[in-house]
Design a protein around this ligand. Structure first.
Ligand SMILES: O=C(O)CCC(=O)C(=O)O
Length: 284
């Protein structure tokens, strides 16, 4: 069971992220790597297709980073990590929320030579959410190196003005361009870019307004990560903004007569009052 120290929480609030060790053990890493093989080759064991399937073997560009969102709905091994209560609790503590829901998980696989992910702020994609807040736990399935396309985070950028500009996510030529424009706007001459360099099983937590992304993988090693993106257990839909960001994908889970988020689609991983979504442990 993972728990953030007071020191790690303070670091997160100061920097907009914190790098940590020991989120998952070696056995879980091996099982998640097998799960990645399954989902990226279209084998969805529950029969459900994930919400965003941006890469499939034999169909997609090998030079692009492989990405599937909400693999937890398709694969029970991914669910076993994405639905963890302790990760939800850590995100709720960092977000100062009564509890944490899973908004989306993200399976990312960047083989040697695969391209960048454009720098962005996660909350730019979420104008359809109130509160517009997200805390994310990024978990490395491989040892990471600075030249191996690991995630890069910009220290202190969670305090910059929110950006509404959605750039290119997969493989932009200059993956830092949008962030550098934002830095100039902010009067920051030399933004401090921190690569997440950890042993497999380690990772980071980042704030929803922290700029981040990653360079191409110039190493000979694969770079795989599972990201658990949490929102407040109190979060609701904002119907007038449903057409923006990822609203067109996740807005399909909104009821016509209510803005509440249903636990079947956005389960509560942890709640201060003990009300974790009841079917989660049996499912995962
Ligand atoms: O792993 C990466 O390169 C970027 C991941 C990302 O965008 C995220 O975790 O929000």
């Amino acid at each position: 069971m993972f728990r953030l120290t007071d020191q790690q929480q303070a670091e997160f609030h100061n920097d907009g992220f914190v790098v940590v060790d020991g989120l998952i053990d070696d056995d879980t890493i091996h099982r998640l790597r097998d799960a990645f093989e399954r989902i990226f080759s279209g084998r969805f064991e529950t029969g459900v297709r994930p919400d965003e399937v941006n890469w499939q073997v034999g169909e997609s560009d090998p030079a692009k980073t492989r990405q599937i969102c909400n693999g937890w709905k398709a694969d029970l091994t991914i669910a076993g990590t994405s639905l963890r209560a302790d990760i939800g609790e850590a995100c709720a503590v960092l977000g100062d929320w009564p509890g944490a829901r899973l908004q989306v998980d993200n399976s990312l696989w960047k083989p040697p030579g695969a391209g960048s992910i454009g720098m962005h702020q996660d909350c730019t994609y979420l104008p359809w959410l109130n509160p517009r807040e997200m805390i994310s736990c990024w978990i490395a399935l491989d040892d990471t190196t600075a030249d191996g396309g690991t995630m890069q985070l910009v220290r202190g950028s969670h305090r910059w003005k929110p950006s509404e500009e959605l750039g290119e996510f997969h493989g932009p030529a200059d993956h830092q361009a949008l962030m550098r424009t934002a830095a100039v706007r902010e009067g920051v001459d030399d933004p401090e870019i921190v690569p997440v360099v950890v042993k497999k099983g380690g990772g980071s937590f980042h704030h929803g307004w922290t700029w981040h992304g990653s360079a191409p993988n110039e190493s000979r090693l694969h770079r795989r990560a599972l990201v658990v993106h949490c929102i407040s257990s109190d979060a609701c839909f904002v119907p007038e903004n449903i057409a923006v960001g990822t609203g067109p994908i996740y807005g399909r889970y909104r009821y016509q007569d209510s803005n509440r988020m249903d636990e079947s689609f956005f389960p509560v991983l942890w709640s201060g009052n003990g009300e974790r979504t009841r079917w989660l442990d049996a499912y995962a």
